[in-house]
Design a binder for this molecule. Structure first.
Ligand SMILES: N[C@@H](CCC(=O)N[C@@H](CS)C(=O)NCC(=O)O)C(=O)O
Length: 231
């Protein structure tokens, strides 16, 4: 990569999708700049970068690239020597399946709960969140076991785009539990060592840990953007 070809990430630390791009840039050792976009007060010029006004966007090779999964696949294609995707077609399909599975089966429960957090029926929404996330995480353990009985990562020893795409959402789920549910812990994690090892593996990976905004910033933006506050 030549120096004139520096990559720019338009980021927002609160955003799990943007964190996917940030983690991947770190993992491939790319030379990149970060521009933080305040999602509550987006600059006028940002519509030229991303007409949908979303983060992440990656400016690279003279083009603006949107959509986190496209961005992380692009970075893997651009830096293939970092091996963030397996070579075997079926394993590649499994990585993509895990990303899609987690996105549709686990992630929605937190967002549903957050939207109802200040409503009169919040207690029901919290119970649903706990029950549904526990069940989904237990099923995710089955997927992990099917892929590899040993961790720590989705593929086993090899870190991949599956870990990158899933981790930002898990970290935010744990922050939500810490901040709003008195540190509630899912039974699914207590009772499934493979899942617990996966969580330990991704949470301690420097590219993931260092790019996470942390509980305090997460609480601040949830309060300002979604009015989610502890009573
Ligand atoms: N499908 C997109 C989703 C990106 C997305 O929804 N980003 C949110 C922040 S987490 C955003 O920029 N929303 C616009 C806003 O908050 O105004 C991706 O994977 O990159």
């Amino acid at each position: 990569m030549s120096s004139s070809d520096k990559i720019t990430l338009y980021n927002a630390v609160i955003c799990p999708y943007a964190q996917r791009a940030h983690i991947t840039l770190r993992e491939v050792d790319a030379d990149f700049d970060i521009v933080d976009i305040d999602l509550l007060n987006k600059p006028e010029w940002y519509k030229e970068v991303n007409p949908e006004l979303k983060v992440p966007t990656l400016t690279t090779e003279g083009q603006n690239l949107a959509e986190s999964l496209i961005i992380i696949e692009y970075l893997n294609d651009r830096f293939p020597e970092k091996n963030l995707m397996p070579k075997k077609p079926l394993l590649r399909a499994n990585v993509r399946f895990a990303i899609e599975w987690f996105g549709s089966k686990v992630n929605p429960h937190l967002y549903k709960c957050m939207l109802k957090f200040n409503d009169a029926d919040a207690a029901d929404a919290i119970e649903d969140y706990k029950k549904n996330t526990n069940a989904a995480l237990a099923s995710f353990n089955d997927l992990l076991m099917k892929q590899s009985e040993k961790g720590p990562y989705f593929l086993g020893e090899d870190f991949s785009l599956a870990d990158i795409a899933i981790a930002p959402f898990l970290l935010r789920i744990f922050s939500f539990n810490d901040l709003f549910l008195d540190g509630y812990r899912f039974e699914a994690i207590e009772s499934h060592p493979r899942l617990a090892q996966f969580i330990e593996g991704i949470s301690s990976r420097p590219s993931i840990k260092d790019t996470y905004c942390g509980n305090e910033k997460y609480a601040d933006i949830l309060a300002r953007k979604y009015n989610v506050k502890k009573n």
